[in-house]
Write a protein that binds this ligand. Sequence first.
Ligand SMILES: [Zn+2]
Length: 68
Amino acid sequence: MACFCFLVDQTRKVRSFKPVAGSCSRCGGGASVADMRTSTRFCYVPFYWKSWRAIICTFCGAILKSYR
Ligand SMILES: [Zn+2]
């Protein structure tokens, strides 16, 4: 089972973002609307990915709200 953990990984990328009104509830930093892409890889080969949109904090990276 331990091997399985090394073979599968998930990466989250921010493709683009633009600032919106609002602030982070954790650090008070500025919020942005971001187009995110999550991809899951097995043995370094992507086999599943999805695009989604979320409001994130540009300072600490916290996800404040997500639209799935
Ligand atoms: Zn923050």
